[in-house]
Design a protein around this ligand. Structure first.
Ligand SMILES: Cc1ncc(C[n+]2csc(CCOP(=O)(O)OP(=O)(O)O)c2C)c(N)n1
Length: 669
C-alpha cells in the first residue's frame, strides 16, 4: 500500500502486524458484517499514521473494504485515507493521527462502557460487556495527554481498557534514546495500571497470553509493552527511522519479500489460505452477535422499558418531551450570569436525559456543570453521572470524544473559556467527526475581571468560530441561554460550545423581547428595532453580554434622533447558514453596522470600512474588577453611541451620548 502510494508509514504496520494478528484473530469481539453492533469490542489505532495495518486487517477479516481500496491508499475519494477517518471506512472507530488523542478516546470509550453497564446491566443480564483496545506508539506515550488520560483511567480502575504498546524504540528523528528514556512501565504502574512486557513481538502466543491476563485483571487498566521492530523484515531499514514515514522503495520491498520467502509479485498478494483463516472472523463475529442478541432478547423480556431505553440512547433518539418545561426567566430573576442560567438548565435536562454525562476540569463550582442528585462517576462506582476530570483539559476533550464515539451518552465538559486552548486538539477532532459533544465555557471575556489577562479570553471566540462545523453560541442572557441549550441538545451531529459569562447580566423580558426563543436558533435576529417601522439608521450587532450595551446605546442614539436596530447574534455560524433573504431582512445591505463584542475583532475586520465598525479588543485585557476593565476597553453604552455616530457621520463633533458622568474611553476601537 505504502509503496504503491509512494506515501505513508510502512514501519509501524510491519513491526506490529504479529501483535495485531494476536488481538484481531484471538481476542477482539467484532462482526465485520455489522460494524456498529453495540456490544462489540472497540479497537482504536491511536498511532494513526500506521493505518495501512488497520486497513489490511479490515480487508482480510471481511469488512466492506475491497482490495481495490487498499490499492487506492491515500488517493482522492478512497476509503483508505492517509490517517484513519471515522465515518469514512467501515470498522474505523475513531479518527486518529494527532498522537495521544486515540489513547484518551479509548479512556472515554471505556468510561462509556462502564457507565452504560452500570446503568443497564441487571443480575443475570449483562447486555453491556465489552473491552476497549488501543494500539499506541512511542509518540502516543510521549504526548502529555497520555499522562492525563492514563492517570484518569488508573484512578477510575478501568479494567476493561487494554493498551498494546508498539515499543519499537524509534521515532522520526531516530532512537527514543534521544528524548524518551523514562521507565514507561513504572510510569503507568504508578498511575495504577497493570503492566506487562512481551519481549518478542512475533511471539503470537506470548501476546495472546498477555491479552488473556489483561482481561483477567479486572480492577486495573492494562498496558502491554511489546518489543516490536519498526520495518520488521526490511534488510536495510528495519530498526531505523528510515522505515517510519516513507515508502521503503521498490528495491527494498523486493528484498524484504525475498528475505521473508514471500512472492515478489503480484504486489498485493494474499494467499488464499490466509484469507480463509482471517475470514473466520465473520462466522465468529456473527455468532458472538447472535449470542448477544439472544441475551438482549431475554433482557428485553424481563425489562422491556429498560431495553427500549437502551435502544433509544444507543440510537441517540431524544424522548419526545425532553424540552418541555424548561425554565423561562424574568427581569426580577436577575441579574443572572449566563453560567448560572446554564447550570439551572443542566439541572433539569440532566434529570430528564439520563444519557447526559459530564463535568468539569476541576472548575465545577464555577462552570455550574453539576447535576444534583445523580452522584459522581467514581472508581468502580460507575453509575454516577457527574464527572471529575481533574485539571486535564486536553484529555477531557478527548474523553468526551470517546464517549460520543461509543454512543449511548450525551457528553459535556466545562472549563474557563480561556482554557479551551488546552483542549483545542480534541475539539477540532470532534468537529471533524461531527460528534455531539457539548462544551460549557464560562468566564467568557474581559468582563470576568480580576484574574487578569491570563484568564481573560480574547482570541478564543474567533478561534473556535474558525473550526469548521463547530457551533459557538454566546447567549446574551438567561433566556437566550435556555434557547442555546435547546440547540445544543437538539444537534445530533457536531459539537456545540456554549460561551457564558461569569458576571451577572440583566434578564431580558420575554414580553418585551418575544423573539428570543425563536431567534436564538437562527444565530442572529432582531432583538429591538427602530421605533418607526421603516429602515433603521444603523444596526448594532452584539453578542453575549454586549447585547445589553447595544440596547442601552440604542436608547442614547434614539435621544439624538438616530434609530438603531439591535441584532443579537449568539452564533455567527448558525446565522451564516440562514437564507440570503433572512439575512438581508436582519442586516439590510445599505444600512451601516456597528459590531460590539468583547473579543478579538479579527473575524469582523474584513467587513470594516466606511459603513461597518467594530468595538472589540486587540490586546490581552487587564487585571481589575470586570466593570472597570470593560469600561476601559470601551465597552460602555456611551462608546456604543459615540461610535455609532462616527459610523454615520465621521465629521460630527458633538454627539449626545454622555449621561451625567462622562466615561473613560481608552482602549481599542
Ligand atoms: C500531536 C502530533 N505531533 C506530531 C505528529 C507527527 N508524527 C507522526 S508519527 C510521529 C512519531 C513517530 O514515532 P512513533 O510514535 O514511535 O511511531 P513509529 O515510529 O513507531 O511509527 C510524529 C512526531 C503527530 N502525528 N501528532
Amino acid at each position: 500500500m505504502v509503496q504503491k502510494a509512494n506515501s505513508g508509514h510502512p514501519g509501524l504496520p510491519m513491526g506490529s502486524a504479529a501483535m495485531a494478528y494476536a488481538l484481531w484473530d484471538r481476542s477482539l469481539k467484532f462482526n465485520p458484517r455489522d460494524p456498529h453492533w453495540p456490544d462489540r469490542d472497540r479497537f482504536i489505532l491511536s498511532a494513526g499514521h500506521g493505518c495501512a495495518l488497520l486497513y489490511a486487517l479490515l480487508h482480510v477479516t471481511g469488512f466492506d473494504l475491497p482490495l481495490e481500496e487498499l490499492k487506492r491508499f491515500r488517493q482522492w475519494g478512497s476509503r483508505t485515507p492517509g490517517h484513519p477517518e471515522y465515518g469514512k471506512t467501515p470498522g474505523v472507530e475513531a479518527t486518529t493521527g494527532p498522537l495521544g488523542q486515540g489513547l484518551a478516546n479509548g479512556v472515554g470509550m471505556a468510561i462509556a462502557e462502564a457507565a452504560l453497564a452500570a446503568r443497564f446491566n441487571r443480575p443475570r443480564h449483562k447486555i453491556v460487556d465489552h473491552y476497549t483496545y488501543v494500539l499506541v506508539s512511542d509518540g502516543d506515550l510521549e504526548e502529555g495527554i497520555s499522562s492525563e488520560a492514563g492517570s484518569i483511567a488508573g484512578h477510575q480502575h478501568l479494567g476493561k481498557l487494554i493498551v498494546l504498546y508498539a515499543d519499537n524504540h524509534i521515532t522520526i528523528e531516530g532512537s527514543t534514546e534521544l528524548t524518551f528514556t523514562e521507565d514507561r512501565m513504572a510510569r503507568f504502574a504508578a498511575f495504577g495500571w497493570h503492566v506487562q512486557r512481551v519481549e518478542q513481538s512475533n511471539d503470537v502466543e506470548a501476546v495472546t497470553r498477555a491479552l488473556t491476563i489483561a482481561r483477567e485483571e479486572t480492577g486495573r487498566p492494562s498496558l502491554i509493552a511489546v518489543r516490536t521492530h519498526i520495518g520488521f523484515g526490511s534488510p536495510h531499514k528495519q530498526d531505523t527511522a528510515a522505515a517510519h514515514g516513507e515508502a521503503l522503495g521498490v528495491e527494498e520491498v523486493r528484498l524484504t519479500k525475498e528475505a521473508m520467502d514471500w512472492p515478489v509479485s503480484p504486489s498485493f498478494h494474499i494467499p488464499e489460505e490466509a484469507l480463509e483463516h482471517f475470514q473466520r472472523a465473520v462466522a465468529r463475529g456473527s455468532a458472538a452477535q447472535v449470542e448477544w442478541e439472544s441475551r438482549f432478547k431475554a433482557f428485553a423480556h424481563e425489562y422491556p422499558d429498560l431495553a427500549a431505553e437502551f435502544q433509544r440512547v444507543i440510537d441517540r433518539q431524544l424522548p419526545d418531551d425532553w424540552g418541555a418545561g424548561l425554565p423561562t426567566f424574568a427581569p426580577a430573576d436577575g441579574p443572572m450570569a449566563t453560567r448560572v442560567a446554564s447550570g439551572k438548565v443542566i439541572e433539569i435536562l440532566g434529570t430528564r436525559l439520563p444519557e447526559m454525562m459530564g463535568g468539569s476540569a476541576d472548575l465545577g463550582p464555577s462552570t455550574h456543570t453539576n447535576i444534583d442528585g445523580v452522584g459522581n462517576f467514581e472508581p468502580e462506582d460507575w453509575a454516577g453521572r457527574n464527572m471529575h476530570f481533574g485539571i486535564r483539559e486536553n484529555s477531557m476533550g478527548a474523553i468526551l470524544n470517546g464517549m460520543a464515539l461509543h454512543s449511548g451518552l450525551i457528553p459535556y465538559g466545562g472549563t474557563f473559556f480561556v482554557f479551551s486552548d488546552y483542549m483545542r486538539p480534541p475539539m477540532r477532532l470532534a468537529a471533524m467527526n461531527a460528534l455531539p459533544v457539548i462544551y460549557i465555557f464560562t468566564h467568557d471575556s474581559i468582563g470576568m475581571g480580576e484574574d487578569g489577562p491570563t484568564h481573560q479570553p480574547v482570541e478564543q471566540l474567533i478561534g473556535l468560530r474558525s473550526i469548521p462545523g463547530m457551533v459557538v453560541l454566546r447567549p446574551a442572557d438567561a433566556n437566550e441561554t435556555v434557547a442555546a441549550w435547546r440547540v445544543a441538545i437538539g444537534r445530533k451531529q457536531g459539537p456545540v460550545a456554549l460561551v457564558l459569562t461569569r458576571q451577572g447580566l440583566p434578564v431580558l423580558d420575554l414580553n418585551l423581547y418575544p423573539a428570543i426563543p425563536t431567534g436564538t436558533p437562527l444565530g442572529g435576529y432582531i432583538l429591538a428595532d427602530s421605533p418607526t417601522s421603516g429602515r433603521p439608521d444603523i444596526v448594532l450587532i452584539a453578542t453575549g453580554s454586549e447585547v445589553h450595551l447595544a440596547l442601552e446605546g440604542r436608547e442614547r442614539l434614539a435621544a439624538g434622533g438616530v434609530h438603531a436596530r439591535v441584532v443579537s447574534m449568539p452564533s455567527t455560524s448558525l446565522f451564516a447558514a440562514q437564507s440570503d433573504e433572512y439575512r438581508e431582512r436582519i442586516l439590510p445591505a445599505d444600512v451601516p453596522i456597528l459590531v460590539i463584542e468583547a473579543g478579538s475583532p479579527v473575524g469582523w475586520q474584513p467587513f470594516v470600512g466606511p459603513r461597518i465598525a467594530v468595538i472589540g479588543i486587540d490586546t490581552f485585557g487587564s487585571s481589575a474588577p470586570g466593570p472597570v476593565v470593560l469600561e476601559h476597553y470601551g465597552f460602555t453604552a456611551e462608546n456604543v453611541c459615540r461610535q455609532a455616530h462616527r459610523v454615520l457621520d465621521k465629521n460630527k463633533e458633538e454627539v449626545p451620548c454622555a449621561l451625567e458622568s462622562p466615561q473613560t474611553m481608552e482602549g481599542s476601537f
